[in-house]
Each structure stands twice: as structure tokens, then as C-alpha cells.
Design a binder for this molecule. Structure first.
Ligand code: F6P
Length: 469
């Protein structure tokens, strides 16, 4: 196969290709890759219509990239996106079995929507294309494409964690789901832990074997399962941080906090992000280090997300209640400890906020990678870099070990890490930051994409192990 094979990307949300949009991990990584290589990006239009996945495809062309989208019906969105993807798979893959809901109907709709997307995609692909499917919305899509006769290269990348087999086994139909992943030639994960969990599931639940060269065998199928930690477009993000819009936002943050040191958190309002635990850590800082009262301010930017899903509505209530409690407990006439924003910000504005922050808290309870951690690093100014506090449960932890690593469940440890960050000497801040900067600028989104595509082109090469017809 020629290196020039066209790239076809499939993901639930498509675009934007421009970096001016609101922050979003997958979109940012892929837009960068597609712009460099050119190709087709296929997914959901974000709209509902009566025809749903039978709707006329909408096509937009931006430079060398074609965006093709189809609608879903309201029932398809309810079962596929709100139901199975976000009430079954999302919590389960983030190790939250307690929040996972399993319903036969949403499982059916999820599989049917995967089938429909595969059927519609067949109108646009040829066997010479490299098809790269993304994320937990489309576990079955590769298998459906194979059923429809697609014989080209098929890759899959999971942006979120892959939970251990003992937990994943709780999903009704888990064997079907993991079995469907075997239709791909290459499956990619963010971390070694995720890859190991997948290989262990194949071994223990599907009677497979782990083989050399990152291969996994189940029955006659041999596929490659590799680790590709996603990166950001670090150069552009650093440029954003030096832009006028960024400077305006940095100035607003500084004037808002006055004499206090700004601590920030930026996350979609999602229970996996550990926002509640982070606020409890900040509250504990004010309790354990009373001299901090009146001298620090915590800003949480938390754009609302998946608001139709019950668990997210509950989280919002808990979040606002906790902020109210902390402010009610500690505020003075001239000082408010916690400031929150639930509207989204442009990436330039965010870059400015990161640059003005003294500390950034990235404390998910479980996270595939977490690109906020990398963006925070890219946005810093060498003369006076801020400190990153990073959860040991974020995928980014394996690369960014020079951050202050915390267990987000350990409230006193979080408070102590905050105190350490606030008092860290400039020289130590610079040393830690430089080490992280080098990695963030080396393993970029473009690199991530290049490595995945190269591995997909080579998958199964040595022994000609190609997918069964
Ligand atoms: O982390 C997985 C992910 O799909 C991201 O790529 C994306 O930014 C986020 O979730 C957005 O979720 P949704 O599409 O449900 O709003």
C-alpha cells in the first residue's frame, strides 16, 4: 500500500478544523492531523431529523479535507449517544461501575447506529483508504464495515481509558464489544495500563493469547494493540498564549484576583474530572493553612456537558452546592475564594488564563490522557511558569512526571500539594516546567497521528496476517 493512501477518519463529532473553536481533545488532535495529510472526516452532524442516519449526507470542504456528516433521529441520539455511549460505556470505562446503567434497548440502538454509520460510510470509502475509527461511540463500526465487505486497512483509537477485565465483564455483551475490536488491524490506547487491560480481557475472557510485537491473538484473529499517547499542537497553543485575546483574559484574571494567587481548573463538567474532589482539596487548604485565607483564589472553568444525562444534572447540583458552601464559609466582603464559569471559552482565552495562573489543578479520578495538562504546560512563560498539579490517574501522568503528582481522593495530600505549589521557588518551577515542556513539544498531535498511521500501514505486515474476509 502506498504511503499516500487517503486518510478516512470516523468519529462521533466532526470538526471544527479551525483552532478557534472551543477546546475539545479529540477535535484538536484530529484537525491537526487531517490538515497536514488531507482526507475525509465522517461522523454525526450533531442534528436530529426524521430520516436520522438515512438523511442526505452533508458535505463541507476545507482545503484538502472533506467533512461528511449524517443526522440521527431523536431515538437514535437517546439510545446511542445519551444512553449506551454516555450512561453505559463512559462510566464503565472510567472505572465508575456504580454510575453505569445497562439497558437492553440502548445496547440495541448503539449496535444499530454503528451498523448504519458503517453502511453510510461505504458510500464514501475505497479499499485503498486507511480508515481510522475513533473512540467509544464506535466499537462495532469496524466489524460492520468488514461485514459489508470492506477489505482495506482499519484502525481504532480509544481516547478514554479501558477498564480492567474484572470491571468490564459487568457490561452485558462485553464479549461482543471486545470481540468487535478484533475486526480492526490495529487498536490504539492512550497508556500501557489501558493496553494491558484490553490484552488481559482477550486472554482471560476470550481465551486469547498475548503474542510478541504487541500482538493479541483470539482464535484465528491476530491484531496489533499498541500505545499512542495523544499530544497537542504545542506551537500553536504557545502562540495562542502570547496573543492579544490571551493577554486580555490574563489581565482580567489578574484584576479579578487582586492580591491573591490564582489557582485554576478547566474541565467539562464531568464526574470523571474530579472537580468535587479538587474543591474539597482547596477547602482543606483554607482549613489547614489559615494564612491562605484571603491570599488565594480558585477559578474553575467548567463548561456544561451532556446536560440531558441524569448523572451530569446531579453533578451540577453537587458542584454548585459545594462552591456555595466554601464561599459561604470563608468569603469576606473584599474576597471570594471560589469563582466558577460554566460557559465555554475560546482556546486563546483559555491560554491566557493558563498563563496568568500560578497553579493549575488537573485532578481527574480517571482520564484517558487529559490535554488540559499539556495545554497548561505549552501556555507558560519561561520567566515565571506556573505549577501543574496532576492526578496519578490521568493518562498524562506517564509523560508529565515532573508535575506535582497527587491522589485526588486524598484531600489532605491535595491541600499539601497546593501549599507546596504556592510556595515553590522560581528556580524549581522553571526546572520542572522545562522538562515537561520538552515532552509536550516533542510528542505533538501531529506526531501522534503520524505514528498511528505508520503503525496502521505496517500492521500485520511481517506475516501477512490480514483480516479474514
Ligand atoms: O474524552 C472523550 C471525548 O469524546 C472528547 O474527545 C471530547 O472532547 C469529549 O469527550 C466531548 O464529549 P461530547 O462529545 O459527549 O460532548
Amino acid at each position: 500500500m502506498s504511503k499516500e493512501a487517503r486518510l478516512v477518519v470516523v468519529s462521533n463529532r466532526v470538526g471544527p478544523l479551525s483552532d478557534e473553536g472551543k477546546a475539545g481533545g479529540l477535535a484538536v488532535g484530529l484537525a491537526d492531523a487531517l490538515r497536514r495529510r488531507g482526507g475525509l472526516w465522517f461522523g454525526w452532524s450533531g442534528e436530529t431529523s426524521e430520516a436520522g442516519t438515512d438523511s442526505q449526507a452533508k458535505t463541507e470542504t476545507e482545503g484538502e479535507v472533506k467533512l461528511v456528516t449524517i443526522d440521527m433521529t431523536e431515538d437514535q441520539v437517546a439510545g446511542f449517544y445519551l444512553g449506551y455511549a454516555n450512561r453505559s460505556l463512559w462510566p464503565l470505562l472510567h472505572y465508575r461501575l456504580d454510575l453505569a446503567r445497562f439497558e437492553r434497548e440502548t445496547d440495541r440502538t448503539y449496535r444499530a447506529v454503528n451498523r448504519e454509520f458503517a453502511r453510510r460510510l461505504m458510500e464514501f470509502v475505497s479499499e485503498d483508504d486507511l480508515v481510522w475509527v475513533h473512540d467509544y461511540h464506535f466499537f462495532y463500526l469496524g466489524e460492520e464495515l468488514r461485514r459489508l465487505g470492506f477489505k482495506g486497512r482499519l484502525g481504532f483509537f480509544l481516547h478514554i481509558p479501558f477498564s480492567p477485565p474484572e470491571m468490564l465483564a459487568a457490561l452485558p455483551g462485553a464479549n461482543d464489544l471486545v470481540g468487535a475490536m478484533l475486526a480492526y488491524d490495529l487498536v490504539g490506547f492512550q497508556t500501557m495500563t489501558d493496553r494491558r487491560n484490553f490484552a488481559n480481557y482477550c486472554k482471560h475472557e476470550l481465551h486469547g493469547q498475548k503474542q510478541p510485537n504487541d500482538r493479541v491473538r483470539v482464535g484465528d484473529r491476530v491484531i496489533e494493540a499498541k500505545v499512542f499517547p495523544i499530544g497537542i499542537d504545542a506551537e500553536s497553543f504557545a502562540e495562542f498564549a502570547a496573543s492579544e485575546e490571551a493577554e486580555e483574559h490574563a489581565a482580567m484574571l489578574r484584576s479579578n484576583v487582586g492580591r491573591s494567587l490564582p489557582i485554576v481548573g478547566v474541565d467539562r463538567l464531568d464526574y470523571s474530572k474530579g472537580i468535587i474532589e479538587r474543591l474539597l482539596g482547596f477547602e482543606r487548604l483554607l482549613e489547614n493553612y489559615p494564612e491562605r485565607v484571603g491570599t488565594v483564589q480558585f477559578l474553575q472553568v467548567a463548561p456544561l456537558s451532556r446536560s440531558e444525562v441524569e448523572e451530569y444534572v446531579d453533578l451540577r447540583g453537587e458542584f454548585e452546592g459545594l462552591v456555595g458552601r466554601i464561599n459561604g464559609r470563608f468569603a469576606a466582603l473584599d474576597w471570594t475564594p471560589v469563582h466558577i464559569m460554566t460557559t465555554g471559552l475560546t482556546r486563546r482565552a483559555l491560554a491566557g488564563i493558563y498563563r496568568a495562573a500560578r497553579v493549575c489543578m488537573v485532578t481527574p479520578l480517571r482520564d484517558g490522557m487529559n490535554l488540559v495538562a499539556k495545554e497548561f504546560v505549552a501556555a507558560q512563560d519561561e520567566a515565571d511558569p506556573g505549577v501543574l498539579i496532576l492526578s496519578r490517574f490521568a493518562g498524562a501522568r506517564s509523560e508529565l512526571g515532573e508535575a506535582l503528582i497527587v491522589n485526588p481522593f486524598a484531600t489532605d495530600e491535595m491541600a499539601a500539594a497546593l501549599e507546596r505549589a504556592l510556595t515553590m521557588p522560581l528556580e524549581e518551577r522553571q526546572r520542572r516546567w522545562r522538562a515537561m515542556r520538552d515532552k509536550v513539544f516533542a510528542n505533538t498531535a501531529a506526531e501522534w497521528c503520524r505514528k498511528f498511521i505508520e503503525a496502521l500501514e505496517d500492521a500485520g505486515r511481517e506475516d501477512g496476517d490480514r483480516p479474514a474476509d
